[in-house]
Design a protein around this ligand. Structure first.
Ligand SMILES: Cc1ncc(COP(=O)(O)O)c(C=O)c1O
Length: 369
């Protein structure tokens, strides 16, 4: 072959650094010859509680209709979400995970000659989605590991159409209070879509939870995204959504694939949304696990970034080396050097009390190796 086929894609696509997911348990088992049952994975901010019985029953019931295409409009799930948030169904966009919804924003509103603004240490999908559309990235230095919204507002130029904000942020767990978000919304030009990614919203204490749906009604340029992957325990099924002004939701819906959310995911999400007790327990257990990891890190003499999510980012020194030592002990966490710019930290998902213990024990040993 005379041509390099890779060269056929636009240069902005070729220069994308691939997303690095958490290492799968089966892969580590294969590589190290460790029994899968002995591996602890705290690398992808999943819910260690799994799913509740009502959600499981809904998934099982959905099998009967699996030969049919799903409802491309996701009517039942949208109806339940519309009721929950007091919004019109036309304000909702469903996605194959909230990643899909983020991609839809980029697809609908970014392109060559346009720019998106985001923070240093932000969620990896923002640079990825921006670059894949040939749009320019405006990266603003973080303040105390979190979003510096004033600096982000100042960095917006005439070509900026999107501002990506995760609140709480992944991988740092930092959080901007409602006043900060409101001030940012007042300040940015109406042309700029503010994407407020609330993937970890359910892990916030009640007093920090903002009424995001009300914000969306007040600010037509605000898109709020949420997911069923975290507190609802449905990461493997892939379902997330956006709340947006109907005209914004309309263009996002035009560029999505007709059946982007599968029927099992739709049924599971509708059931999970109803199971408030499961989410409340997930919240409470996460809080306990977080304290366990905070205290464990402190007793090992390690600093951590105070987190509002279901994960904690701990400063361990030579993180890439400690990561490998943990792998050898059957514990998978997430290194956040590389694209995230935190080479001395490891991000650890809050697991069950037992999993957290395993991690802390393995960490203590790995620091001594
Ligand atoms: C901040 C943030 N947004 C969005 C997502 C995407 O989650 P999903 O596509 O599973 O909904 C994640 C996943 O880790 C995340 O951390």
């Amino acid at each position: 072959m005379l041509i390099d086929l890779c060269e056929l894609s636009p240069s902005y696509v070729r220069s994308i650094a691939p997303y690095q997911p958490g290492k799968p348990i089966a892969e580590l088992a294969r590589e190290m010859g460790i029994d899968e049952a002995k591996i602890v994975k705290l690398a992808s901010n999943e819910n260690p509680r799994g799913i509740g019985p009502r959600t499981r029953a809904a998934i099982e019931a959905a099998i009967a209709d699996i030969a049919r295409y799903p409802d491309g409009n996701g009517f039942e799930l949208k109806q339940a979400l519309a009721k929950r948030y007091g919004v019109d169904m036309a304000s909702l966009v469903l996605g194959n995970g909230s990643n899909d919804v983020l991609e839809l924003v980029a697809l609908a509103f970014l392109g060559p000659g346009r720019a998106a603004v985001y923070s240093q240490h932000c969620f990896a999908v923002y640079p990825l989605a921006t670059q894949a559309r040939g749009a320019r990235s405006i990266v603003v230095p973080a303040k105390d590991y979190g979003h510096d919204l004033e600096a982000m507002a100042r960095a917006i130029d005439d070509e900026t159409y999107v501002a990506w904000i995760a609140n709480p942020n992944n991988p740092t767990g930092t959080f901007v209070k409602a006043e900060g978000i409101e001030a940012f919304l007042r300040r940015v030009p109406e042309r700029v879509l503010v994407v407020l990614d609330e993937a970890y919203n359910e892990y916030l204490p009640h007093e920090l939870k903002a009424d995001s749906a009300r914000w969306v009604k007040r600010h037509p340029n605000l898109v709020v995204t949420r997911t069923f992957s975290k507190a609802y325990g449905l990461a493997g099924l892939r379902v997330g959504y956006a709340l947006a002004h109907p005209s914004v939701a309309d263009v996002m819906n035009r560029v999505r694939q007709p059946f982007n959310v599968n029927s099992m995911a739709l049924a599971a999400a509708a059931a999970a949304l109803d199971d408030m007790e499961f989410v409340a327990r997930s919240y409470a257990e996460n809080l306990q696990g977080m304290r366990q990891l905070e205290e464990g890190s402190t007793s090992l003499g390690l600093e951590f970034i105070p987190s509002h999510g279901n994960f904690i980012t701990v400063r361990v020194g030579k993180a890439s080396e400690i990561y490998k030592r943990l792998l050898r002990r059957g514990v998978i966490v997430r290194p956040v050097g590389g694209g995230y710019g935190l080479p001395e930290h490891l991000r650890v998902t809050v697991g069950t009390a037992q999993e957290n213990d395993r991690f802390l024990g393995a960490l203590a040993a790995s620091l001594k190796d």
